[in-house]
Design a binder for this molecule. Structure first.
Ligand SMILES: [Zn+2]
Length: 228
């Protein structure tokens, strides 16, 4: 219920601020042929395909930044403190995390040259992928390994949610797993264990209630990877 409530707040930001703003920007990008892929002498379908790939890659970059830039980590932290991963974790994002990602999203669209259609395609793919890789689906190990060659899978993303920093610093992809394969940040060599999900310095269930979760970015920050 808590995750759904936090997700509802985030959804308000996405629906009221991000979607209208970035949607209008994508229309302008298409009309004026702004951005990298709009300028390529290629059929529209190919340009859109490349833009979807570009969006997926630059979300990988944004995800790394949300961990490595302390100001951004304050807001992303609330997503990672969940000690029990399932599809509701996919919605457990701080509304401010959504708000501060809008300039990045706008830059992605303007620099890559993402049309309205490419943006809608990417949004649908991204949302489905996020629900899938945060889920607690237990897929047959061999099937999952095959799938992880191409997509971000639950076990793969479970390793990113580990309490061990060296494991969290891997599997940054949110859609195609290609980016982790290319950057050498792909890991499937450890078992994602249910008792090792979360952030070591934030494991007090009382501090994860709705109000405390929302206040998290505005409180004094602890060293996240040191157990208290
Ligand atoms: Zn993360």
């Amino acid at each position: 219920m808590r995750n759904l409530a936090l997700g509802a707040l985030s959804l308000v930001v996405v629906a009221r601020a991000e979607r209208p703003l970035v949607g209008r920007l994508a229309e302008a990008v298409e009309r004026r042929r702004w951005g990298l892929f709009q300028r390529l002498p290629l059929p529209r379908l190919l340009r859109d395909g490349l833009a979807v790939l570009g969006m997926d890659y630059t979300i990988y970059v944004w995800h790394v930044l949300t961990h490595k830039v302390p100001f951004l980590w304050r807001f992303h932290l609330m997503h990672h403190v969940d000690m029990d991963m399932d599809s509701t974790t996919a919605l457990r994002f701080h509304a401010m995390d959504m708000l501060i990602s809008i300039p990045w999203r706008a830059a992605q669209v303007a620099v890559l040259g993402t049309s309205r259609r490419a943006l809608s395609l990417w949004q649908a793919f991204f949302f489905a992928s996020v629900l899938f890789h945060h889920s607690n689906l237990r897929l047959p190990a061999r099937l999952e390994r095959r799938l992880a060659d191409v997509l971000t899978t639950p076990r793969m993303h479970g390793i990113h949610h580990s309490t061990v920093q060296a494991e969290t610093d891997s599997n940054w992809s949110s859609g195609l797993s290609l980016w982790d394969h290319l950057h050498g940040t792909f890991r499937m060599d450890v078992m994602a264990r249910d008792d090792r999900i979360g952030v070591p310095a934030y494991r007090d269930p009382k501090k994860m209630r709705l109000g405390a979760s929302l206040a998290m970015p505005f409180r004094e920050q602890r060293d996240a990877w040191v157990q208290r």
